[in-house]
Write a protein of this length. Structure first.
Length: 652
């Protein structure tokens, strides 16, 4: 050791060493001092360090905010190597004293045993609490109870009045995640109880902010929140996890200046490391949960697509077999073979009108709106329009708007970027995947108003923005939509946008219900029997004429879908020929009961026809006489008279 005084000065996160060969060194804010500080908490001439014989003495020169050594305020004290002098937020550490001066370590110098025991007890309590917190972080999955326990420990060990965990949002904002006061309860209005300027400064710089009297601190002279909150002692440290700053831990005392020491800062930094791990773990857990949920949904969709693909392959095989058989025979080919080749069967006048419209629709590139009852084959029509149109070589992408919640449907349609919301990943939406091809939106009436607006913007401008992305994406997609509800009626009740309705309804196609095209039922039954038999790996069984007759009489409220399911059931339960006894009771009995024999004179035949038509109308109207009468073109009174005449009950 030489004859010099040597110190390490730490201020505003800058450290420097200074040495002096003289016996008196002054410290303060004035430039005339040997150690000049910038902290506004320092007086102009704050304190002096003098070499007096065999000791080096620190003397406070009447400063306003006091001089601290080892965490205690002093007026005069002998210094030793490793002592830390605190003036405001600045720290001066004694590195070297002149020869002959007291060189004992500060913690052992002239300190009572009771004081040393108390300090060691405090350090032990701190380490025990920190160990317990680390154990909680490893075991606790719920973030909020864990943060509350951590903040309670911080309040106890630092003597702070209030403690907060403030997290940085992805949009640059701040959100108070947890708060506690010295009474062990949450702070009222926690979002506005902290100085956001201090929190943002720590997040931006990644370094702690420490003020012994924030109201008089020159660094915060322009910060109005300091005055509004009445802050005095403030200590704020970053939540650092790997290379990312997640937020801050913030403690304060609004009544007492210099309430926190450098030791409190070090302890808070140790706690902040554990808080950062807890926050990162909680985020990872929620991201994994969301990812698993999305993965399960994707797996379910994939299984459904595989089922549809298998069904489509069987359909194509059955259709090819039917076409080959008819081409090899002597009977002329009826209907439009082009539409039958893509799975649409129908020779009734109602379906021929649909085919005439489709012939024109496939030659255009405008949006198509397909309406009709559930089960009439709207998606089949949409796929046929794509396969026979000019976009057949490009993708066909479909989505049921009623199958997903609004948040998932938006990202499914328009795509998303990583971080746009919890669990979001970079993914291409259906619009982008359908570029050059066709997008089919089933049940479009179930879209929320917000999504209706976004879809309208795409139809108008040909571009959209993925969720979380500012740059627009332009694609070339033909939109085909479908609904089993009356969109015109929804527009009138303000539940569907009128401007979107007109954008979608450029080329309307209405599919008739199966009860309006009964002539097609025998062809459909034949097609479905062949398909179901192929799926079961067995030859197609013969169909009894009574089965076709019963099916033709039934109203089929579920339309073609219900008929196909009934045929599948019939094929599965039958060993050889399909007989009427195997039909479902509601199909066998819920249609028309047997009419009087039509043998005999003209009067008997007319009566038989009237009975058959009355029963058919009642079945289609589900027993509603007014609707049945309207369908028959007669009054309800006339219908009642005929029902009495032929002993027809309403239950029929």
């Amino acid at each position: 050791m030489g004859d010099a005084l040597r110190f390490e000065v730490c201020e505003d996160d800058c450290r420097k060493e200074v040495s002096f060969s003289k016996t008196r060194v002054t410290v303060g804010r004035s430039a005339a001092n040997d150690i000049c500080l910038q902290d506004r908490q320092a007086s102009r001439v704050h304190c002096a360090i003098e070499v007096l014989g065999g000791s080096t003495r620190l003397t406070d020169l009447g400063s306003q905010n006091g001089t601290y050594v080892g965490g205690s305020r002093v007026l005069a004290v002998d210094l030793a190597c490793a002592d830390t002098i605190r003036v405001g937020a600045a720290e001066i550490r004694v590195l070297e004293l002149p020869a002959g001066a007291d060189t004992r370590e500060a913690p052992l110098r002239e300190r009572p045993v009771a004081e040393l025991v108390k300090e060691l007890s405090q350090e032990r309590a701190f380490l025990l609490r920190l160990t317990a917190v680390a154990r909680d972080v490893a075991m606790e999955r719920e973030l909020m109870p864990l943060l509350n326990r951590m903040l309670d420990a911080v309040l106890e060990l630092t003597g702070a009045e209030r403690a907060f965990v403030v997290l940085a949002g992805k949009d640059g904002g701040l959100e108070t995640e947890a708060s506690r006061n010295f009474q062990g309860t949450a702070v009222d209005h926690a979002d506005v109880a902290v100085s956001r300027s201090i929190a943002q400064q720590v997040i931006a710089g990644g370094q702690p902010v420490f003020s012994i009297n924030a109201r008089e601190d020159e660094r915060f002279r322009e910060v109005q929140s300091i005055v509004n909150l009445g802050l005095r002692s403030v200590l704020c440290v970053p939540l650092r996890f790997r290379d990312e700053i997640l937020g801050v831990v913030y403690i304060d005392n609004r009544l007492e200046a210099a309430a926190f020491s450098a030791r409190d800062r070090d302890r808070l930094l140790a706690f902040a490391d554990q808080v950062a791990v807890a926050v990162a773990n909680a985020r990872l857990f929620h991201e994994l949960t969301d990812s698993n949920r999305l993965l399960a949904a994707a797996r379910a969709r994939l299984e459904a697509l595989n089922r549809d693909l298998r069904r489509t392959v069987l359909d194509r095989e059955a259709e090819l077999a039917s076409v080959r058989a008819r081409l090899a025979g002597d009977d002329p080919i009826e209907g439009d073979l082009r539409w039958e080749a893509v799975g649409i069967v129908g020779r009734s006048p109602a379906m021929r009108r649909v085919f005439e419209i489709l012939d024109r629709v496939i030659e255009s590139d405008f949006p198509v709106l397909i309406t009709g009852e559930s089960g009439t084959g709207k998606e089949l029509i949409a796929r046929a329009v794509h396969r026979l149109g000019g976009r057949r070589a490009e993708p066909f992408v479909s989505e049921n708007c009623a199958a997903l919640p609004e948040s998932l449907l938006e990202s499914e349609l328009f795509g998303s970027v990583k971080g746009a919301f919890t669990g979001a990943i970079n993914r291409r939406g259906l619009l982008e995947r359908a570029n050059g091809g066709t997008l089919f939106l089933d049940e479009v009436s179930e879209m929320s108003p917000a999504l209706q607006s976004k879809l309208l913007r795409f139809l108008q401008e040909g571009e959209f923005r993925p969720v979380g992305k500012n740059e627009p994406v332009r694609v070339d997609v033909r939109v085909i939509s479908a609904s089993n509800r009356d969109l015109r009626q929804l527009v009138e009740s303000t539940r569907f946008r009128e401007d979107l309705y007109y954008r979608l309804n450029v080329l309307p196609i209405h599919l008739p219900p199966l009860r309006s095209r009964r002539e097609d039922i025998p062809i459909l039954v034949e097609r479905f029997v062949a398909r179901a038999a192929a799926a079961s790996g067995r030859p197609a069984p013969a169909v009894a004429p009574e089965v076709i007759e019963a099916c033709a009489r039934y109203a089929w409220p579920g339309n073609v879908r219900e008929l196909e399911n009934e045929v599948r059931r019939l094929v599965t339960l039958s060993d050889s020929a399909l007989t009427v006894e195997r039909l479902s009771p509601h199909v066998r009995q819920g249609g028309l009961l047997a009419a009087p024999e039509e043998d005999g004179d003209l009067t008997a035949r007319v009566q038989a026809m009237e009975v058959r038509e009355i029963r058919r109308a009642l079945a289609e109207a589900r027993g509603n006489k007014s609707r049945a009468a309207a369908a028959l073109g007669i009054s309800r009174f006339a219908l009642n008279r005929k029902m009495e005449k032929y002993s027809i009950g309403a239950e029929e």
